[in-house]
Design a protein around this ligand. Structure first.
Ligand code: B12
Ligand code: SF4
Length: 435
């Protein structure tokens, strides 16, 4: 079969014209765009699961147009929610030309019946066990409408993604996944609906093999881990970190704040090339964090946020704080507290997004029940656009408040102050390292 694996176009900064205008041409914008660009390992894994007898082509609509006239036999499309509408347009066009279409990924997993309206078949959930079966069914002329993973994938069974498909294009960052699942199960989290709360890891040797393979093929590159919570099991990491130190890469990852509890581990991270950690801090207010996750894990740590951030940053690792505005206890005064928090902790970088009721989340179920969903145009599900009624402010106040915060934390004065702060930290670390 001649197979196209397609990534529909998507956008950073959402569709809100004021936010887009604010970021246009700003130096801080480039950092956000770099952060949220590149190719995830989903379709690279599907390509790796495809036997060699088939010909696979990767099409990323963010960098090249989709050619509807190529003689593909099968088109596989992935989509996050903000890409779903475009994914369906692409699917419809191929099907009008008689090409078979399969849709998979996080949005199709959340809403398989909707995806089926535009596809011959929908792969629900992880595809390691189902994609080979689907290809065999096509050969046997009995393609099913839905393929559901029979069980959570043992990551030992997940093949090395086809990173060679990246080598053909210039990508600002390379994503690599070592684990799936996150034990915290936050109310708004879309990933834990797809991947579950059970934390599953690739064997360390498998991750090391992927890193070595990438280094051989690409030389130096910027590495982003695609895990939701990279250090949920830090013990596993020592051999991988040693390998990373040897490869001399610069890398970024998302993890929970418990990483700050072990100073020796933080030193190891810094030595292995970790430049910053993306931490879901969610809110500067302890009260707002209550009930976000079932065990109140985040709210129980909130009182120590400042101490933990200080520990991480004093090791030369920037904290990239991720916050969500529009939580039920937030009123319009939260934006001022957010600015104070970011300034007083000298956060290396800040991401503030609007609470977003992604499909299949517990948050969406609750807001539907409370009749608070304003917008179901999937192209607005960017996390930067407001599409629900907040409890203690208006949707407009929320959208404007987000812009106000960015106005401070990406201002020239703030960035200069930050640069001076990190220069001091690096000088202190150099002095310590001197014999
Ligand atoms: C890497 C990543 C990105 C990359 C690549 C996108 C991608 N979808 O891969 C980039 C940087 C582009 C990105 C951007 C954004 N992201 Co993102 N991203 C991720 C992340 C961290 C890992 C994805 C990954 O590589 N997984 C590893 C692979 C192996 O898993 P997978 O993609 O799920 O694929 C498996 C199955 O789903 C299936 N499958 C997937 N596609 C297909 C297709 C077919 C045909 C088949 C058969 C099977 C199949 O097979 C694979 C193997 O089992 C996820 C978190 C997560 N854990 O999923 C968030 C996540 C996908 N992102 C999310 C969001 C919201 C965004 C943004 C829209 C917002 C933001 N953060 O600012 C931005 C948009 C900016 C932009 N430039 O467009 C949300 C999506 C929620 C939703 N319902 O839409 C997630 C789930 C994070 C979260 N916690 O909520 N992201
Ligand atoms: S901590 Fe992050 S990845 Fe884990 S459940 Fe919460 S939002 Fe999802």
């Amino acid at each position: 079969l001649y197979i196209a694996l397609v990534i529909p176009r998507s956008c950073v900064f959402g569709r809100n014209s004021e936010l887009r205008a604010y970021f246009a041409g700003r130096p801080a914008a480039a950092a956000y765009v770099q952060q949220w660009s590149g190719i995830g390992t989903g379709l690279l894994t599907i390509a790796a699961l495809t036997p060699d007898c088939h010909r696979v082509e990767l099409v990323d609509e963010n960098s090249e147009p989709v050619d509807f006239d190529k003689p593909y036999d099968l088109v596989g499309i992935t989509a996050m929610t903000q890409q779903a509408t475009r994914a369906y347009q692409i699917a419809d066009q191929f099907r009008q030309r008689g090409v078979r279409v399969v849709v998979g990924g996080i949005h199709a997993t959340a809403l398989p019946e909707e995806a089926k309206l535009h596809a011959d078949s929908v792969v629900v959930g992880e595809a390691e066990y189902t994609w080979p079966e689907l290809l065999a069914d096509i050969a046997g002329g009995k393609l099913r409408e839905f393929y559901r993973s029979p069980r959570p994938v043992d990551l030992e069974d997940s093949p090395m993604p086809r990173y060679d498909l990246l080598a053909e294009r210039s990508t600002p960052v390379v994503w690599l996944q070592t684990s799936r699942g996150c034990p915290h199960d936050c109310e708004f989290c879309a990933a834990s609906r797809l991947l579950g709360v059970k934390y599953r890891q690739k064997p360390a040797a498998q991750t090391i093999a992927e890193l070595r393979h990438l280094a051989e093929r690409l030389g130096r590159f910027r590495l982003h881990f695609a895990d939701d919570n990279l250090f949920a099991n830090p013990k596993h990491w020592r051999p991988v970190l040693e390998q990373l130190s040897e490869l001399n890469l610069r890398w970024w990852a998302s993890t929970d704040i418990s990483v700050a509890e072990d100073d020796a581990f933080l030193r190891l991270l810094a030595k292995s090339g970790c430049t910053s950690l993306f931490l879901g801090l969610e809110s500067p207010d302890q009260e707002a964090l209550r009930g976000i996750d079932g065990r109140n894990w985040k709210s129980r740590r909130a009182a120590r946020y400042a101490e933990y951030i200080g520990r991480i940053q004093s090791n030369g690792i920037g904290v990239h704080g991720a916050f969500i505005a529009g939580l039920d206890s937030d009123d319009a005064s939260v934006f001022g507290r957010l600015i104070d928090f970011v300034e007083s902790n000298q956060l290396y970088a800040t991401q503030l997004t609007a609470l977003t009721p992604f499909p299949a989340t517990r948050l969406r179920t609750r807001l539907l029940r409370e009749d608070r969903i304003l917008d179901t145009d999937w192209e607005d599900y960017t996390a930067w656009d407001v599409n629900f009624t907040p409890k203690n402010m208006t949707a407009e106040e929320l959208q404007k408040g987000i812009l106000t915060v960015y106005g401070h934390v990406t201002s020239r004065e703030f960035l200069l102050r930050n640069m001076r702060h990190f220069t001091e930290i690096h000088k202190a670390l150099m002095r310590e390292a001197l014999p």
